[in-house]
Design a protein around this ligand. Sequence first.
Ligand code: FPP
Ligand code: MG
Length: 298
Amino acid sequence: MFEKVKKCMDEFVYECGHKQTIKLYNHISQGKMLRSSLIIEIAGQSEKTIQLCAVIEMIHLASLLHDDVIDEAPLRRGKETIHKLYDTKTAIMLGDLLYSKAFSKLTLMDKDIAFCVSNAVTSLSIGEMLDIELSNSFNTNLETYIDMIEKKTASLIEASTKSASILANKNQTNFAIYGNSIGLCFQIIDDILDVTQDSSTLGKPCLLDFKEGKTTIVYILLYQNLSQTDKNRLKSYFKKDLNQDQQNWIKQMIHKHDIISKTKQICKNIAKDGLDAIKNEENKKLFDIINNIIDREK
Ligand code: FPP
Ligand code: MG
C-alpha cells in the first residue's frame, strides 16, 4: 500500500517538471509513513485516500527539510541531510516546492479536508516557532512542552486521522482525539529515544536534543527529580558540547531517578485517552498502531 502512496508522490513531484527538484527528492529516504498508515486504516484504500496520503507525506517531508536546516542536523533517516549535502538555500527551496505542490493538490480535494490540513500546517509552523523560542532557555514547565509538541508534531497527525474520518464518514471528533494522542506519544517516544539509543540506531547523534537547547520531557522530569546541586549541574550542561563523562552523568541520573519509566507512564496515560475515543471502532489495527509507537526502539 505504501508503494501506491510513494508512486503518487513521485507523480506529483515529477509534474513540477524540474530535473534538479526530482533528483533532490529522490535522495530523501522514505520514512515510516505513519500518517499514511493511519489514513488508510481509517478510510481504506482508494484513489482519494492515496492522494490524501501523498499530500500529507509531502507536507511532512517539507517540514522535515526546514526543520533540519533550523536544527542544523547532519543526518536524517541515516542519510546526510539535503542542507549538508548541498546548502541551506537548496534545502529550503526543495521544502517549499514539495509544500506548494502538495497545497495545489489539496485545493482539488473536499473543502473540509483542505481546511483541516491547511490549518494543521499553521499549527505545526507555530509549534516549530515555539520550539525555537523555548530553546533560548532551560524550560522546566511540562505544560509548555506538551503545548509545543501538540502543535509541532500532533497537529499534522491529528489532521491525518480527522481528514481520513471525513473521507470515511466517521466521527471526526473521536478520530481527532485519537490522532492527537498518537502525535503526542510519537514525539514523547522520539524524545526518549534521543537519550536511550545510540547514534547508529537513531540515524543521528544521541543526546542531540539537549545540545540543541531542547529541554524535552525527559530533561523536565529529570530536573524535577534532582537535588538543588544536581539541578544546577544539569542546567550548566544546557546547550553545551558535552564530553563522554558529562554525557554519562546525564544517563546515570536518568537511570537513577527512573525517568524513562516515569515518562513512558505519562505517554501511556495519553495513549489511553486516544484509545478510549475510538473504543467503539472494531479495528484492532488502530490499537496496535498506538501500542507499537510506545514500544518502538528506533
Ligand atoms: C521535527 O521536530 C519537526 C517537526 C515535526 C515539524 C517542523 C515544522 C516546520 C519546520 C514548519 C514547516 C512549515 C511548512 C510550511 C512546511 P524535531 O526536531 O523535534 O524532530 P527530529 O528529531 O525528527 O528532527
Ligand atoms: Mg529536528
